[in-house]
Design a protein. Structure first.
Length: 70
């Protein structure tokens, strides 16, 4: 889960610091909010980052994987 008040720079920093990946790799990184009503996807296309948002007007994303807790 991610804090959806954050912007592109913060999401790319989260990829580096928390996931240990390079956000400029071209992979798609998808985050969900706590209520599971919104997802954000971050992708680097070679010239800059895209931050896409999907917000459900009804219901929740019910098939989302649960976080790994160590």
């Amino acid at each position: 889960m991610a804090d959806f008040r954050l912007g592109i720079d913060d999401f790319s920093a989260s990829c580096r610091l928390h996931l240990g990946v390079n956000p400029q790799s071209g992979a798609l990184y998808v985050f969900i909010n706590r209520n599971q009503t919104m997802v954000r996807a971050l992708r680097f296309d070679g010239t800059g980052f895209w931050l896409m948002t999907k917000h459900l007007s009804k219901g929740k994303f019910c098939q989302w994987p649960s976080p790994n807790v160590n």
